[in-house]
Design a protein around this ligand. Sequence first.
Ligand SMILES: Nc1ncnc2c1ncn2[C@@H]1O[C@H](COP(=O)(O)OP(=O)(O)OP(=O)(O)O)[C@@H](O)[C@H]1O
Ligand SMILES: [Mg+2]
Length: 276
Amino acid sequence: MSKLEVNGITLTFPAEAGASGWRRRFRPNRKREVSPPPVLKNLTLQVEDGEFVSVIGPSGSGKSTLFHIIGGVLQPDSGTVHMDGVDVTGRRGLISYMPQNNTLLPWRTVLQNILLVQEVEGTIHAGAKAEAMEGLRRIGLEAYADAYPHVLSGGMQQRAAFLRALLSPQELLCLDEPFGALDALTREEMQHWLLSMWEGSGRSVLFVTHSIEEALLLSDRIFILSSKPAAVIREIQVPFARPRTDAVKLLPEFTELRRTIYELLKPDRQPDGTSS
Ligand SMILES: Nc1ncnc2c1ncn2[C@@H]1O[C@H](COP(=O)(O)OP(=O)(O)OP(=O)(O)O)[C@@H](O)[C@H]1O
Ligand SMILES: [Mg+2]
């Protein structure tokens, strides 16, 4: 039984809601309404217990939308979401979710933000504050525990939000480009920190990234998505042993897989993985 199973999800946003300004309109010569295309089409993927799975796909392909469906915020037109074998489609509160945009609450200190999820869930325990302080130390923000988010840089806020997700009680972590806003060096540091926190933790992770190298360094498996409507065009098993270090980047298989994924993500690819 998988920790997470996303089975044949299809979703179309209503015509008037299109973020790109999609409007209900009529083709002048056909007088017929043009319906918007689906964002996700029959998308299926799984995350096993304790597995680290990445999703890579073009911008706008529907990765954040997929997370909203897994988190129960959006209801799919068809398809289901199962966790531990139970149908949880449309149910909220079951995943620890770090959204793409920073969501620290400006009126709470960094430490209060990190303890927020446990507080809301009523699961705050005696050691929670010490655990949060230790986490802050490891991401270099110990001195900012009592500061408010606005005095932190974008990257620091991102790190704090990431720590909050990591310390939440849910077993499945959904991280939507957690390192997207960080400079290259900080990003590498955070990748190693994530690996050291995650390896041996038993947590399952679903991770969205645009970086092929990041996905190869961190993941057990990678799902490659087509452009909109998003469907899985390839599932890649990452063969490197754990614990992982940067040394994997020097392996010939790393270079080979990087090239394979790069080719798959080229814009002229069709949903079935062939060239147009
Ligand atoms: N609430 C919404 N209403 C209508 N359309 C939406 C809504 N949310 C997203 N979309 C559209 O769905 C598509 C997928 O958006 P989504 O944010 O899931 O992409 P993404 O793969 O996460 O992109 P990125 O890599 O840039 O973060 C886009 O075309 C977007 O405009
Ligand atoms: Mg997104």
